[in-house]
Design a protein around this ligand. Sequence first.
Ligand code: GCB
Length: 613
Amino acid sequence: MKRLCLLGIACLSLGNGTLSARQYVLNPKARMALNLDGKWNAIVDPYDTGYYNYRHQPFDSAPDPRGGFFEDRIPATKSDLVEYSFDHSPTLTVPKDWNSQDSRLQLYEGAVWYRRLFGFSPREGTRIFLHIGAANYESEVYLNSRKVGGHIGGFTPFDIELTGMVKPMGNSLVIRVDNRRHPEGVPTVNTDWWNYGGLTRDVYLFTTPATVLSRYTIGLKPGDPSRIEVSAELDGPQLSQKLAVEIPELHLAAAAQTDSRGHAILELQAPASLARWSPEHPARYEVRLTCASDAVAEKVGFRTIEVRGSDILLNGEPIFLRGICIHEENPIRGGRAYSREDSQLLLGWAKGLNCNYARLAHYPHNENMAEVADELGILLWEEIPVYWTISWENPDTLANARSQLDDLIVRDHNRASVIIWSMANETPVLDARTKFLRQLISDARSLDGTRLVSAAMEVRTAPDNPHRKIVDDPLGEFTDIQSFNEYVGWYDGTLESIPQVEWAIKYRKPVVISEFGADAVQGLHADNLTRFSEEYQAELYRKTIPMLRRIPELRGMTPWILCDFRSPRRLLPNVEDGWNRKGLIGENGVRKEAFSVLAAFYAGIRDQGFLLR
Ligand code: GCB
């Protein structure tokens, strides 16, 4: 089995000799051959009985692996002892986190074994892959009792090649998913979001020809936006082929020969009629790539994004990012968001707020988000879960973060909506941290020279003046924009402190505030001095907007956050009850007063073409 390792990044080892799988081809959905979503039999295994023997050795690492649940056995005779049964175990729905579909699993952190039976007859000469959109956090995959792969990281897709292993009938696919938190993990043990476990995104088989157009990037050429650049990669036995690119609506076509490694880069002259993609006009064109063995088509928007001085330029024009932070949760249905409909709901709410931009916090969201953002015209900040405190000195942790970043960039490279890759959120100012994040920044830049790079940094208060807020994280030297989270009026003082803030921001770059906010229980009304009331939250927004406008370089913001979201850290009875209440929309989908405060501010900027300069 071949695995993708971009940039020469060492693939992650799962500790038992297997490597963490990666996404094999782009847009696998278009090649789906058998959808495996639906009900899977599931065994909840808190003591890892199905994984380790009584000496705590993994069953699957023995030379002749026997005894683990991956064997999916049924007793052969009435004397045969088998102490588990998938057939008689309840089912869990895929995709969907397990926590929000069985109340006994709401707080569960541990292993669950999923089993699905299927039959499939591939066409002669094709390759078969299993695609898993995401499995939080670590997974092991077995087909017909044999280990076929595994993965670390809860928010990125991966594919496992099953060519030659699938039978027309009676295949047993077993996936063990373990969502335990680890100090060396990415994220680590401490987060302010729910640790949803399970097969949280789509699972399906897809097929490809023997030589497949595995990855490609399509966009305006960096440094010369009068040209469209397409780079493509073949994988398989027939690496050298003629590759044609067509954009029928623009009457453009070009062809080139792939080299001995299966690579080709093609250029096309962008015609004057090309409509650039923007939030106001999210124009997209079908781009077709064809070679003798394979063909793909993608709808792609063409736009540029760059920084000049303290401005952010979209298609060469200064833009103000009217944003909001979003967690990958559907508060109304409950649990992790995963579908196109979920993305339409969340980004539709952002549109209702007059946003042209959103920060997808704090980990890679499902691929529908960027697809729907492309359609609706919402710019995106995408992020990996390097959150708060990470094992900065651990090389495996770095390799893990690098592969999550790599997977996210590869997956969403062709989405015009994505303009910023974020490396981290609120990390401490330490040399080891800066070294770790600089490696990620360098990876992001070499994988994608067409986007901006940032991280959500922190603010500190001057020791001699509680109103002086300093932003001088040395990481700011290496990012394209200066982004930081500030909670003046919530964690830092009360509402009266907001108008007194003086800013001292070290780096002269566009400032995009990555968070501010206050908790409010939807429907709790009181005066605006009462914590957790809608009035307090709305007043914080009213006071914060003018305070941020005093930053001359302010070019955007993403207040925290669109919707209330679950968090095990939020324990205040009758108020939080396991929810972070900083949403502008409550857990019931109802808007709070602050929603209209922000919506009115954004409408004013939009309607006046006002850039806050
Ligand atoms: C932050 C974090 C975010 C939290 C938020 C809060 O600074 O970045 O993950 O949820 O504050 O509500 O405290």
